[in-house]
Design a protein around this ligand. Structure first.
Ligand code: PRP
Ligand code: ZN
Ligand code: MG
Length: 210
């Protein structure tokens, strides 16, 4: 039996479940149950917060997981990555109030930037030689400028509608991301074999989609 962690609710959830189904794996999915077992493959699925997935996989609480590269790199766990999955593509971008003048990244010198991705943002700013104050908040980042909490934000953009709804304008991409499959680095040989079977099916699904 191999244990897979996927996002409980969010941008990756539906695509993650679809990938498992397209691999020919059946399971009963009730939105209230946080754990389910496949009926035709030795697989258990855990529904977790995406931010918790890399840590659980690193510790072996889950054997494998599906998570955004943004979360994986932010948490410094790149070594867990097994394969890119090609869905849930998004970007981590800096955005400012839509009527604010913005020439280039140096305009952020000394400013307050709210984000849930302090490490990715700090790496980017350091590369650009910009010193700003980073305020780490765990959600609803897009509200920060309108309540006076920050001058700018750095958050995940997919369709861009959250930015528009909150009167913000995307000015700089910091990181490009997609869903990736991750795995614990000390899997038993039995689990490793199951992972390989899954990877084989994922590969077939992806080839069929091309
Ligand atoms: C991201 C981001 C926005 C939304 C943007 O959240 O924080 O809320 O997606 O998408 P849009 O450009 O299509 O409007 P995410 O789903 O990554 O969830 P989380 O931050 O709660 O983990
Ligand atoms: Zn999250
Ligand atoms: Mg969000």
């Amino acid at each position: 039996m191999i244990r897979l962690a996927i996002q409980k609710s969010g941008r990756l959830s539906e695509d993650s479940l679809n990938l498992i189904r397209e691999c020919g794996i059946s399971f009963i999915n009730s939105s209230l149950k946080l754990k389910t077992e496949a009926t035709n493959f030795p697989l258990e699925i855990l529904f977790l917060r995406d931010d918790d997935i890399p840590g659980y996989v690193a510790d072996g609480v889950a054997d494998i997981g599906i998570v955004g590269q943004n979360v994986l790199v932010e948490e410094g766990r790149e070594e867990l990555q097994v394969q890119k999955l090609g869905f849930s593509r998004c970007r981590l971008s800096i955005a400012v109030p839509k009527n604010e003048a913005f020439t280039d990244i140096s305009a952020l010198e000394g400013k307050n930037i709210a984000t849930s991705y302090p490490n990715l943002l700090q790496t980017y700013l350091a590369g650009e030689g910009v010193k700003a104050q980073i305020h780490t908040i765990s959600g609803s980042v897009e509200i920060a400028p309108s309540i006076g909490l920050a001058d700018a934000i750095c958050d995940i953009v997919s369709s861009g509608s959250t930015l528009i709804s909150n009167g913000l304008r995307e000015v700089q991409t910091v990181f490009r991301s997609e869903a990736v499959l991750i795995a614990n680095q000390d899997l038993t040989s039995e689990k490793h074999q199951l992972l390989n079977q899954l990877l084989f099916r994922i590969d077939a699904v992806r080839k069929a989609q091309k």
